[in-house]
Design a protein around this ligand. Structure first.
Ligand code: PLP
Length: 404
């Protein structure tokens, strides 16, 4: 049974007040809140077994190493990776993407092509532009439709024997659109191109099966799925991770070092130079376990009901437009009201204790497409309630009355 009131007790921050009003937290696509089960793991780590890992023979180091590697197994099972060494701990999605982009530098040559989508977060655009500058490869873009969906026919026409890589997000952070990544991956593989999927925005809502998807790389951030900031994971097919050169040099990632030649450690350590975020990884593992216990299917179903209710209620407001009204989306609503700047609505909502995001959401190309400076974005999580949606709708109505 999905019991939202019981779940909310796990999140102390949800009962705080902001400007004297009960907090209504609707900025989950920027970062999610942390349940006390995850906080307990952090306190336990620093209270009882804080130590550096992999190198120590002593008790604490062994214990920390075991917990860190156990977290890798939790993620391996969650994403259904074939091998545990296909999970690399990173500091987040941005780090994971840069690691892969850096690795491909030695595999690309002038005239090769990279395809990205027009729905991407800046962190999935800029690293590829940098890669193209360094290698002479050419960046091609899959355009979107008015509904905020990718134009698959154009994508098909962009693929050819020069295409080496395709980068697309699983879910758009600005609009919430769920992209047909299985089809995108199949088409890319038919052209012998590898695919990296940015799963930052999908992972909090959908449990992906990397083997079924046959995806080459899948990246996520811990802080968007109830874990702490500064930790994330990269799934990479063993074939590719063996092929790519290391990202950073340092301790932990080497097998032998002499001044003549260094040989690299085996996976996953080859990509985990230096002391990793040990506590973060353990807490991330706990966050995944926490969400799994609630159930990703239950989360998806409940969030969908919240989304439908919020969409219907917001559209009661005259002059309100929702961007990217795809029928296939997660619980993100990006909207504007005729003649009112999104920032002004966001500021007034904040005064009422309601946290939303305003602006371009690190996705300026999407804003350019709709010819707007930005939107107000309400992004819902499984711990939000119908009552909070009512507060949002009342808040937007009040803001509109004050600003028109
Ligand atoms: C948040 C986000 C990122 C960046 O994640 P970081 O944790 O800041 O590295 C990348 N892509 C998408 C779709 C996102 O939502």
């Amino acid at each position: 049974m999905f019991d939202v009131e019981k779940i909310r007790h796990d999140f102390p921050i949800l009962s705080t007040k902001v400007h004297g009003k009960p907090l209504v937290y609707l900025d989950n696509a920027a970062t999610s809140q942390t349940p006390k089960q995850v906080m307990d793991v952090i306190v336990d780590y620093y209270s009882n077994y804080n130590a550096n890992i992999h190198r120590g023979v002593h008790y604490l180091s062994q214990k920390a190493t075991d917990a860190f590697e156990m977290a890798r197994d939790i993620l391996k099972n969650h994403f259904n990776a074939e091998h545990r060494e296909e999970i690399i701990f990173t500091s987040g999605t941005t780090h994971g993407i840069n690691l892969v982009a850096n690795g491909f530098e030695s595999l690309l040559k002038e005239g090769d092509e990279i395809i990205v989508s027009a729905l991407e977060h800046h962190s999935n655009i800029v690293p590829w532009q940098m890669l193209c500058e360094k290698t002479g490869a050419i960046l091609k873009v899959i355009p979107i439709t008015e509904e905020g969906e990718l134009q698959l026919n154009t994508y098909k026409s962009l693929l050819n024997n020069r295409t080496k890589l395709v980068f697309v997000n699983h879910v758009s952070n600005a609009l919430g659109t769920i992209n047909p990544i299985k089809e995108i991956i199949e088409l890319a593989h038919n052209a012998d191109a590898a695919v990296l999927v940015d799963g930052a925005q999908a992972a909090p809502h959908i449990q992906p099966d990397v083997q079924k998807l046959d995806v080459d790389f899948y990246v996520v951030s811990g802080h968007k799925m109830c874990g702490p900031t500064g930790i994330g994971a990269l799934y990479g097919k063993k074939f590719w991770l063996d092929k790519l050169p290391p990202y950073q040099g340092g301790g932990e990632m080497i097998a032998t070092v002499t001044f003549e030649k260094t040989t690299y450690a085996d996976l996953p350590h080859k990509f985990e130079a230096g002391t990793p975020n040990v506590c973060g990884a353990i807490a991330f593992g706990k966050a995944v376990e926490y969400m799994t216990e609630i159930g990703f299917k239950q989360i998806e179903t409940y969030e969908h009901e919240l989304l439908e209710y919020a969409t219907e209620r917001l559209l009661e407001i005259e002059g309100l437009k929702i961007y990217g009204p795809s029928s296939n989306k997660t619980s993100v609503i990006s909207f504007n009201i005729d003649g009112i700047h999104p920032y002004d609505i966001g500021t007034l909502l904040d005064n009422m204790g309601i946290a939303v995001r305003t602006g371009h959401h690190c996705a300026q190309p999407i804003m350019d497409f709709y010819q707007i400076p930005g939107t107000v974005r309400a992004s819902l999580a499984f711990y939000n309630t119908f009552k909070e949606i009512d507060s949002l709708v009342e808040g937007v109505k009040k803001a509109k009355a004050m600003l028109s």
